[in-house]
Write a protein that binds this ligand. Structure first.
Ligand code: PEP
Ligand code: MN
Length: 263
């Protein structure tokens, strides 16, 4: 995945004029967890009215506690897919294990590899054999080179439609959920031809700091932003503390458009 091997930046084409590429800004937004039909419909309405073409959401959730909400599973994904197809919205969702690759295939546009699975090498091997894009998040305590090696697993197995995502790393600092490593963005852009996306929601983990970290990520060179939004974040099944309501989300979209040409 090195720039030494391929100088031209990689463009990921999701169809219907939805691209993830250098020089543009791909925005992916949606809840942490898919919770039900009404939430799906309301989120899609919000995305549509703000020109966002890619919706995020988890149906298989990696939760620290086994007693927390762990997602609606494949049935939730099918309902989501029905609504998204109708609205011409693309889907990115987390795949947690090999058996889910095939299960999800018909209903998703991008497989997300979460921070807890960045070094699940068997999962990466199998994702190298599918013909759908994969976004790999940086490991919770993973180095930049480890993220690149994870991408290398998928790429060398045959799937070159890859996106990398900086989502914050675990450091000694406890004032924020994670430490957003803004340095990683220009460093990754220098090292690899793959698109680099930033996740300010998990990066800082505090709702009212998501906007400045998103804007800073764009200035650092991110090709895309993925963030969490929900009609009522305080009622969200997961990650409400870092989730923007629709008013905050709309404002972020407006500000992102303002800074995009300043890069
Ligand atoms: C998520 O995107 O909701 C998620 C679980 O992210 P991460 O893998 O970065 O923790
Ligand atoms: Mn989340």
């Amino acid at each position: 995945v090195s720039r030494k091997w391929k100088v031209a930046p990689t463009t990921i084409n999701l169809g219907d004029d939805v691209l993830i590429r250098e020089g543009a800004l791909a925005v992916m937004a949606g809840p942490c967890s898919i919770e039900g039909e009404e939430q799906i419909a309301k989120t899609i309405e919000h995305l549509k009215s703000n020109g966002i073409r890619i919706m995020r959401g988890g149906v298989y959730k990696p939760r620290s506690s086994p007693y927390s909400f762990r997602g609606m599973g494949i049935e939730g994904l099918k309902i989501w897919h029905d609504h998204a197809r109708e609205a011409n919205i693309k889907i990115i969702t987390e795949v947690m294990q090999v058996s889910q690759i095939e299960e999800m295939y018909d209903y998703i546009d991008i497989y997300q590899v979460g921070a807890r699975n960045t070094q699940n090498f068997n999962l990466l091997d199998e994702l190298g054999k599918v013909d759908k894009p994969v976004m790999i998040k940086r490991g919770i305590s993973g180095t930049i080179d480890e993220l690149l090696y994870s991408a290398e697993y998928v790429f060398s197995a045959g799937n070159e439609r890859l996106v990398l995502c900086e989502r914050g790393i675990r450091t000694y600092e406890r004032a924020s959920r994670n430490t957003m490593d803004l340095n990683a963005i220009p460093i990754l852009k220098e090292k690899t031809h793959l698109p680099v996306v930033a996740d300010p929601s998990h990066g800082v983990g505090i709702r009212h700091h998501v906007e400045p970290i998103a804007l800073a990520s764009i200035m650092a060179g991110a090709d895309g932003i993925i963030y969490e939004t929900h009609e009522k974040p305080e009622e969200a099944f997961s990650d409400g503390q870092q989730t923007l309501n629709f008013t905050e989300s709309r404002q972020l979209i407006r500000k992102m458009k303002e800074v995009i040409d300043l890069r």
